[in-house]
Design a protein around this ligand. Structure first.
Ligand code: PHE
Length: 333
């Protein structure tokens, strides 16, 4: 066997981890110096064996101790070097990093959802690619009904379409569960429209309440929506105007007093003093017939989230919400 001192010197002269790893293999490895010595054991007589083995074990121990302590030293040195070269001066000024923020539409959506969830409404979802039955037919909009023109639809070839409103989620919910129902359905909807106040994709929140015991009334509907609108817009006046939707009867549109001029009349409210913010009504019996509900009554409402966001943040052009321009988004941080 190579002289123990020489082997030890070899270990101690390693200057870095790579070198000492190589020595580890040379000395302690499967084909290393020590392994070679142990093989020799087999050729020795019983007495010789004992002494030789003892000596070998002592030598091994000594080498191992030297190795371990030098290895630890090299590791420590490496760490120290790293700490020195990667040192961070915590006292240096780091500059202001860019912080993200919720998109105004997402933020408005959250605020609306939170309001209704607190009133025990469940939050429902439905597919954006719908069929004629859920988007129109079951909502009392038979084929060739002129009211279909109110909603310019994107059609796919195979009688599928992009939902034009969130009302089909009402139908899906009623088909899949029993009354009573108390739900909202937030989500994207799609119409062939593009100008200052319309984009081909926008967001709605639908609301539906169905009671099987006792009857809902228009007064219920008015009171819940009035509270909701005042929660969203502050102390505004709320009025309900008769309107028409095929799936509700009677139907109404809700207006709030203009939050820009306080009702005096300005450009935003077209000098009427009022801003139209949502549609609502008592669920038409034909809708209940389509989902085979009997002896129930209900009300529904639907609103455009972008319209709320535009009013709340005084955004003049709806399209700017979807251009991804950082200069617009930075204003909502
Ligand atoms: N679905 C209607 C729309 O998109 C809104 C609405 C929903 C009106 C529910 C009344 C009741 O215009």
């Amino acid at each position: 066997m190579e002289d123990l001192d020489i082997l030890e010197k070899k270990i101690l002269s390693c200057k870095n981890i790579e070198e000492i790893e190589k020595i580890r293999i040379d000395i302690f490895g499967k084909k290393g110096v020590l392994a070679g010595e142990f093989i020799k054991l087999a050729t020795l007589s019983a007495e010789e064996k004992k002494d030789f083995a003892q000596g070998l074990n002592t030598a091994k121990e000594r080498l191992q101790t030297s190795f371990d302590s030098h290895y630890a030293n090299l590791k420590k040195a490496l760490l120290e070097e790293k700490l020195k070269s990667e040192k961070i001066d915590m006292s240096l000024y780091g500059g202001v990093s860019n912080k993200g923020a919720l998109h105004p539409v997402a933020e408005t959506m959250d605020k609306i959802i939170e309001y209704f969830v607190a009133l025990n409404f469940s939050v429902e979802n439905g597919p954006m690619v719908e069929d004629d039955f859920h988007n129109f037919e079951a909502l009392n909009l038979p084929k060739h009904h002129p009211a279909r023109d109110m909603q310019d639809t994107f059609y796919f070839g195979d009688s599928k379409l992009l939902r034009t409103h969130t009302s089909p989620v009402q139908i899906r919910k009623m088909l899949s569960s029993k009354p009573p129902i108390r739900m909202i359905a937030p989500g994207s909807v799609f119409r062939r429209d593009y100008d200052l106040t319309h984009t081909p994709m926008f967001h709605q929140v639908e609301g539906l309440v169905v009671e099987d015991k006792g009857e809902v009334s228009f007064a219920n509907l008015k009171s819940i929506l009035t509270d909701f609108l005042q929660h969203m817009f502050g102390s505004v006046e709320v009025r309900f105007r008769p309107s028409f939707f095929p799936f509700t009867e009677p139907s109404a549109e809700a207006d709030i007093s203009c939050i820009f001029c306080g009702g005096d009349g300005c450009r935003v409210c077209s000098h009427t003093g009022w801003l139209e913010v949502l549609g609502c009504g008592i669920v038409d019996p034909n809708v209940f017939k389509a989902v085979e509900y009997e002896n129930v009554s209900g009300y529904a409402f639907g609103l455009g989230v972008e319209r709320f966001a535009m009013l709340l943040h005084k955004i003049p052009d709806l399209r700017s919400l979807f251009e991804g321009d950082i200069r617009l988004l930075e204003q909502f941080r």
